[in-house]
Design a protein around this ligand. Structure first.
Ligand code: NAI
Ligand code: MG
Length: 358
């Protein structure tokens, strides 16, 4: 029997984005087949940097309208050495996040069974974090300009925006996330010592919202000191809320400390559910390994599991995460995790594991 019908827009993008998306679709299809709980309708969009070079656009004019018709969006990665990165980002992924008001970027990080942290004394369980990244404004608001005041004297500005409404909604989401986890602990990241307007407002609103959550333990870290704490005292952290830029940087560090950037998932959420949310690994198109078949698909598969969870298939999401963990524990790992397996071998092994579970 089939309980649900999920319509998903798929944008594989560039480089390893296409390889790991293929892996995610294979595993999601397998899960539908073996569980019998749902049916996928995937719509593939060939929006990528190569197509941009050919056609002059990343998304057609009604691209965002097309995406709105889906229950969710699955995204690989965008970025090519042949296109400046700000062009690819601002023509594809950032307009989707912003226009579909995906104002939360949720990024869990932990050490998977059978793998290890580059931190000497950090065991599985010692590093188990969830980053809540502000995903709609901040340093990525897109305000600024370049003026050539005089020949040879150009000035660039990059304006960070912190609005009360956006701060309140991201903090409430972060407190709810912290509250849902056993330790009920939330760390707020800031730079309000040097940045005395936007970041000061960010802090002030955080402490106001904190009053609504007396059961959640809170603390505050300056972003530079946060890198030290993540490295030296990973166990002291649980849920973390940070700005668009800060969390972008800190989650790459978090992924590396948990074993590899190749395992880290992310969910771009519109918690109001007025628009589809988008699921993607945190890594980019990795041109250095693209086309070699060695990209780690786990970040993509874990993101696919989070998509299932968001769509209401929590049990199947858990089964998928469990299968991924069984496979890493069994030693089927790509190079970035110290193994020798290819993308395809990891994917096929996860599929076999799903067959075993059902
Ligand atoms: P990257 O994440 O693509 O790669 C950084 C390093 O991690 C590389 O050495 C790469 O080989 C390795 N790596 C990444 N994912 C991996 C995986 N699944 N398995 C094994 N190794 C993996 O970041 P980079 O090099 O800074 O950016 C490359 C391109 O991707 C740029 O054009 C950038 O703008 C774009 N980008 C796109 C993102 C997105 O689509 N959301 C996010 C980050 C970068
Ligand atoms: Mg990033």
């Amino acid at each position: 029997h089939v309980e649900s019908y999920f319509k998903v827009g798929v944008i594989a993008g560039d480089g390893i984005g296409t390889e790991i998306t293929e892996s995610a679709i294979q595993v999601l299809q397998k899960l539908a087949d073996v569980s019998g709980s749902f049916v996928w309708e995937f719509t593939h969009y060939d929006w990528s940097s190569d197509k941009y070079l050919e056609r002059g656009w990343y998304m057609p004019e009604d691209g965002l309208e097309q995406l709105k018709r889906h229950d969710a969006i699955y995204f690989g990665a965008v970025g090519s050495p042949k296109v400046p990165d700000h062009i690819s980002l601002w023509n594809l992924i950032l307009p989707i996040r912003k226009t579909l008001t995906q104002y939360i970027n949720l990024r869990p990080t932990r050490i998977l069974p059978g793998t290890s942290s580059p931190l000497k004394s950090c065991q599985i369980g010692d590093l188990d974090w969830v980053f809540v990244r502000e995903n709609s404004e901040g340093e990525y608001a897109g305000h600024g300009g370049i003026t050539e005041v005089a020949p040879g004297n150009a000035i660039g500005t990059e304006l960070a925006i912190f609005s009360q409404a956006a701060c309140e909604r991201v903090f409430r989401f972060a407190f709810d996330t912290a509250r849902s986890r056993p330790r009920k602990k939330l760390t707020m990241v800031t730079k309000s010592n040097a940045q005395r307007y936007g970041m000061v407002l960010w802090d002030k609103i955080f402490w106001e919202i904190a009053k609504e959550y007396p059961d959640v333990e809170t603390d505050k870290m300056l972003v530079d000191a946060m890198t030290v704490r993540m490295t030296l005292h990973p166990k002291s952290l649980d849920t973390i809320v940070a700005t668009n830029l800060h969390a972008d940087i800190l989650t790459d560090l978090a992924a590396a400390l948990s074993g590899s950037i190749g395992i880290a998932p992310s969910s771009n959420l519109d918690p109001t559910r007025r628009n589809p949310s988008m699921f993607e690994p945190i890594h980019g198109s990795a041109p250095d390994i693209a086309g070699k078949g060695v990209a780690n698909p786990i970040g993509a598969l874990w993101s696919a599991a989070e998509m299932l969870r968001w769509l209401g298939a929590g049990r199947e999401a858990d089964e998928l995460v469990k299968s991924i963990e069984t496979v890493t524990e069994a030693g089927v790992r790509t190079r970035d995790l110290g193994g020798v397996a290819t993308t395809k071998e990891v994917t096929d092994t996860v599929c076999k594991e799903l067959e075993n579970i059902y």
